[in-house]
Design a protein around this ligand. Structure first.
Ligand code: PLP
Length: 482
């Protein structure tokens, strides 16, 4: 960890464990910096974060004190200071209440609302290395739009998003992902989460059934549940989603799947399974949501074509995101809608979301058209391939302790699988104690079939440190399995 982070963590822990009680005065940043042999800026950065997160309070002229209302206490006891009415209802509809309650209810070791739990650590899965993003160039492209100041770009976004961006995406998807589409079918959203939400709102009714993969991307599960859908987990095997006769009896309205790179386990859906799902969806009148979240980062073999490209009946809604290639806070993604749904989805997007940020969409269109998107992907693919290779090498010894390393030829994470009796949540907690945030596979599973293992992201960890971190993680895993 960087020094400011270590200082922050140490003080935060001392506060939450009440070694430093409420009202206690912290040493001055100057004296603490001298004691620790660190620069004052380092200590200031740690104090700033503690202030931002509400652990400490600054009193002008007298110093910094441990706060009386700790952020943890607030989340444990929201009635004290939140604007809830006596029955805890803030006036949301049933659907809205479901949405808000699930927000506080992430699985086990998943990022919760607590700000420090959102901190990205070397192996946090889902995090990409946006420090390598060409920010200077991006600033120039944004400035160019601001200088031209086309009034249309200051309005909310009508008709599915900024047309040149939709054209650029359509060209990219036709060539790179074998998606079969006309520009009119492309809609710009604020990311996959919003795209799934729109599908759920427009295509389902409360209590309808949605099939999800088991294990499954937790955020997709959350948004479907928040829309009042009954989730039916369908196991995956090495050919992807594997519905059985029993599953076929539970008729879905929606099927959420990640065919190019199953999340989190990483397999590619076979041709046979693709045909099976498409035929079943057509017979049942169900819709398939294809979440193609990381296909830009394929390191070996031929590109995998999209499921949408095989769909002759207009049952697949294809989703992509810019979170991984650009930076997560850009909040831009896209959907490719079957032709018969285009009008209602454009209308729904506009009426439910009032999308905007057209200026950023215009800069992104330039970024793609001028070739920067493709070259950034090429550069990052090399970087991530190298990190993947180093991490695989560092983790290889876990095989001696009985763990299995998933084969990875694409994406930004890998999975180490354990035997069923291993407590993977405990192993993840051991890693977290060493500053290595990895996720327990069982937290992504529903029902009786609890697979065990760890999901380990390699995109964020610096290339020069990954072997060292990987060795440490391998040791932790081996110790836990012994
Ligand atoms: C399976 C999957 N889908 C989609 C996303 C991206 O979602 P969003 O576009 O909402 O950032 C992620 C990010 O980690 C993911 O793992």
């Amino acid at each position: 960890m960087p020094n400011h982070r270590r200082v922050y963590e140490t003080i935060r822990r001392a506060i939450t464990e009440q070694v430093l009680p409420s009202g206690c005065r912290l040493p001055s940043t100057r004296s603490l910096a001298t004691d620790l042999g660190m620069s004052r800026n380092t200590v200031l950065a740690a104090f700033d974060q503690l202030l931002d997160e509400g652990y400490v309070e600054a009193k002008t002229g007298s110093g910094t004190y441990v706060a009386y209302n700790q952020p943890d206490e607030f989340s444990k006891n929201p009635g004290v200071t939140s604007p809830l009415s006596a029955d805890g209802n803030i006036g949301l509809s049933k659907r809205g209440l479901a949405a808000s309650s699930t927000l506080n209810n992430h699985p086990g070791d998943h990022p919760s609302n607590h700000p420090s739990n959102h901190e990205v650590q070397p192996f946090t899965s889902g995090a990409d290395d946006y420090s390598k993003f060409p920010f200077e160039l991006w600033r120039r492209l944004l400035n160019r739009q601001w200088r031209t100041l086309n009034p249309a770009l200051l309005d909310s976004s009508h008709d599915g998003g900024y047309l040149p961006l939709r054209q650029a995406i359509a060209d990219y998807l036709r060539v790179s992902r074998a998606v079969n589409l006309k520009v009119d079918q492309v809609l710009i959203t604020s990311g996959t989460q919003q795209s799934i939400d729109l599908c759920a709102r427009l295509l389902t009714d409360h209590n309808d059934c949605a099939w999800v993969e088991n294990p499954c991307y937790w955020a997709a599960r959350r948004v479907l549940e928040a829309n009042g859908l009954q989730l039916h987990p369908v196991a995956v095997d090495n050919e992807g989603m594997a519905p059985t006769t029993q599953d076929f009896r539970v008729k879905p309205r929606l099927i959420y799947t990640t065919p190019s790179h199953q999340y989190p386990k990483g397999m590619v859906m076979s041709y046979g399974r693709r045909r099976l799902l498409l035929d079943y969806a057509q017979n049942q009148g169900a819709w398939i949501i294809e979440d193609d979240y990381d296909s830009e980062f394929r390191f070996e073999g031929r590109p995998i074509s999209s499921l949408q490209g095989m769909d002759q009946d207009g049952r697949v809604l294809y989703l992509g995101t810019f979170s991984k290639v650009m930076y997560p806070g850009i909040r831009l993604g896209y959907m490719v809608i079957p032709p018969q749904l285009v009008a209602s989805f454009k209308n729904g997007l506009y009426e439910l979301q009032r999308p905007g940020q057209v200026m950023i969409q215009a800069a992104l269109a330039d970024f793609i058209e001028e070739g920067h998107f493709a070259s950034h992907i090429r550069r990052m693919r090399q970087t991530y391939a190298e990190r993947r290779r180093l991490l695989q090498a560092a983790l290889a010894p876990v095989a001696n302790a009985g763990a299995r390393l998933s084969p990875v030829d694409s994406g930004l994470h890998l999975v180490v699988e354990f035997d069923a009796h291993i407590d993977d949540v405990h192993v993840a907690a051991m890693a977290a104690e060493q500053g290595l945030r990895v996720y327990a596979l069982s937290n992504y599973c529903e029902g009786a079939k609890q697979e065990k293992g760890l999901i380990i992201g390699y995109a964020y960890a610096a290339t020069e440190h990954i072997t060292q971190y990987g060795n440490k993680l391998a040791e932790i895993i081996q110790t836990a399995l012994r």
